[in-house]
Design a binder for this molecule. Sequence first.
Ligand code: AMP
Length: 322
Amino acid sequence: MTKVNFKNYKLNSEILKAIDILNFKSPTNVQEQVIPVALENKDILVKSQTGSGKTAAFAIPICELVDWDENKPQALILAPTRELAIQVKEDVFNIGRFKRIKVSALYGKSSFAAQEKELKQKTHVAVGTPGRVIDHIKQGTLITENIKYLVIDEADEMLNMGFIEQIETIIRGLPKERVTMLLSATMPKDIEILCNKYMKDPSKIEIQSKTLTVDKIQQDGYKVEETGKLNLLKDITIIENPDSCVIFCNTQEKVDTVCSELNKSKYPCDKIHGGMEQDDRIKVMSNFKKGYFRYLIATDVAARGIDIDNITHVINYDVPKG
Ligand code: AMP
């Protein structure tokens, strides 16, 4: 069987060039199923996990379909966390770079005025967290009248974080004539209800988690003197630029030291170890899961059994004890 190629989708040469530069040789399973349907402007419900290439699955058709000459936003992508909104913005930017697609990221704890200024310029795609998107809609700084594409990414996470009502508020302010794509790793009842209420006969696409592109774990080891470890750690983080990274140390003292050193170098980081109050540990874990910071420094005892889907990197700062 011949492998599907991105060229099969009759995409604009500017989009194909960007895909080529990203080194995407052929569509992933989810892309193969989503792209042709999305290009026909149909609603889609995707059950798929992070790591399947789902962002490009909706970003490619959106970049292809938006009209460059239109100044007001044509696509709105909702994401549960700031980190994810930034990530999606970058992905859309990378795919749309030769078409000169303008993407704005709208999220809280960041200057409203700066986002407002950006929105006054040509904006094809807005990516944001629900709270800040609502603020911009209320203030009239995000104009919704031309939005033709709505993407609700990681819908089950949105549900877990209590965002469903806000999403409904946003949807009610959008044009009815639009394409809606919803992506979720699981399909709890409340998400199904949301889909039935706001989507038009969506194509249902389910991707088994076996097809994850991040299924493969690459492992590397480095021989280094104790005194050189911290610098090596920093070098590795610069090269790898992880979205979400756990750094394991063998002792509480080491966790404290590494955390304070990374803090000094302005890394978005926090720590957990057994010497901390349980409430503090829970809070740190919850913030890490929400993507509020990227580096969690932990003793393996404190972090045992943590279940976080989106960790991209694990670094054993010390040789783990058996
Ligand atoms: P996502 O599921 O959107 O988080 O994507 C997971 C990773 O797969 C990201 O690093 C993407 O850059 C990468 N990716 C997406 N599509 C492809 C593709 N067709 N070929 C290779 N890598 C891809």
